[in-house]
Write a protein that binds this ligand. Sequence first.
Ligand code: GLY
Length: 557
Amino acid sequence: MLKVCKIALLSLLCVFECQAHAESPKVAIASAHPLATAAGFEVLAKGGNVYDAAVAVSAALAVVEPFASGLGGGAYWLLHREKDNFDTLIDGREKAPLAAHKAMFLDKDGQVIDKLSLDGALASAIPGMPAGLVHLSEKYGQLSLAENLAPAIRYAQTGFAIGERYLKLLKFRADTLKQFPETAQLFLPAGQLPQPFSILRQPDLANTLTQIAKSGRNGFYKGQVADQLLEGVKNRGGIWTQEDLDAYEVVERKPVTGYYKDIKITSSAPSSSGGIVLIEALNILEGYDLAALTDLTRKHLIVEAMRRAYHDRSLYLGDADFINIPVERLLNDDYAAGLRSSIRFDKALPSQQLSGQLELHSEGINTTHFSIIDEDGNRVAATLSINFPFGSGVVPAGTGVVLNDEMDDFDSLPGALNGYGLIGGVANAIAPGKRMLSSMAPTFLETKDQVAVLGTPGGSKIISMVLLAALDFSIGHTPDSWVNVPRYHHQFMPDVIEYEANALSEADIKDLKSLGHQLKPVRYPYGDMQAVLLNKTTKTLSAASDKRGEGQAVVGQ
Ligand code: GLY
């Protein structure tokens, strides 16, 4: 605890060392690591805007949370620009290599080969983070890319003290990382877990970031770094080619929007399921006066809404560049009313009765998130990921880049478990150049007076966490409350409510069981929500980092 405070103090010193521009607006930043929050303020102090800060925070997280996100992964950046009321989603999600095919993780009997889509370079899709950083900086920032990457390069060169979260996740993935000598050398010195709070230096990663700072996307997707990536991927069983790297482009998409009472929700569009599932669940709940109900009935209805929205995720959602998604229907109020009419107050609906055996694919529990807003309302919500902690475990020699294992977010067995024929499987089946379905849900909530920016890591649980936070916002609570709401989750399949120890009382558990729900406590608290809030009337900012993590929320200049 003391050491975590030390990390926070170091980063605060950095905030105060940097001279703020006299005319720059106040800004709130909440991120999963104090050094990432500090990186944002460092570029703001040089005259950067919130988009520059977003580049700096993203790059810093890539260095100080190599288990969560990074240059070898992908991200969604949700942006709002106040002066022209412009919203956009930069989709920097990874893409399947061009040699990928739908049976690539199956054995000759058509069964999924254990861990092949999780460990090793076949699990790695083509990274979108470097292209996203360049795009965000060049199109929306005011500073140069080199200025925005400078704090991350410094952190990688001089090192930082690893925290408890880092060590916990390293321990969790140590057996995988040991299979790859280049990775073990970096993260497991002498084959051992490092001492708590020892310094991690990443000179190769500093060099890769420097190449990007000098040459933009060519610093990663071409030349020496690209050659090293391709060599490292080939050596570890992967199938990337230079053509894959050349072909990678981020896409700007129109975010999905909806209303819950007087709250406008703006969130991620497919290739992430986050926004659609969130808004669909809120549309279902809008038909109830939740405040007037008993606590038990409220929780039951929230779970039933989650069940139905996640069910549609399994059926309809995938990469919008490859499949037609009935977005309008899924977000339609009448459609929600139809789903609501199937909800009984006195009884849970077994998921099997919604649709046979469709499975929700389990997703990485890791990932990271940050939220930024300035007092004018310009803002960024960004969720970034390499999927499982330390991704695929592969670090191509000389690059310092931890490669993702996002190929696991595809459905490797399209249609096979699908009671509705092929629909569910095909939507998120593997195809060359396709983005795998995500649950990342960087989100804005806006009323006449207030704008909230929020999001969290947590795989498939991301959406239910943001849903609970949005409901907490709707009853007038503050960021500190949203990020710390006790969590429960239902994702249609498996048909069970997962819950944190403090989320349900003994009486809740007994009563929910009596309605027919199955329940399972999670072993650890989950998520690491980062949220900021602007009161538009008073122009006051506030910010909060989830107590479950080691993040830092700061309002400053
Ligand atoms: N890999 C986690 C997600 O994309 O939701």
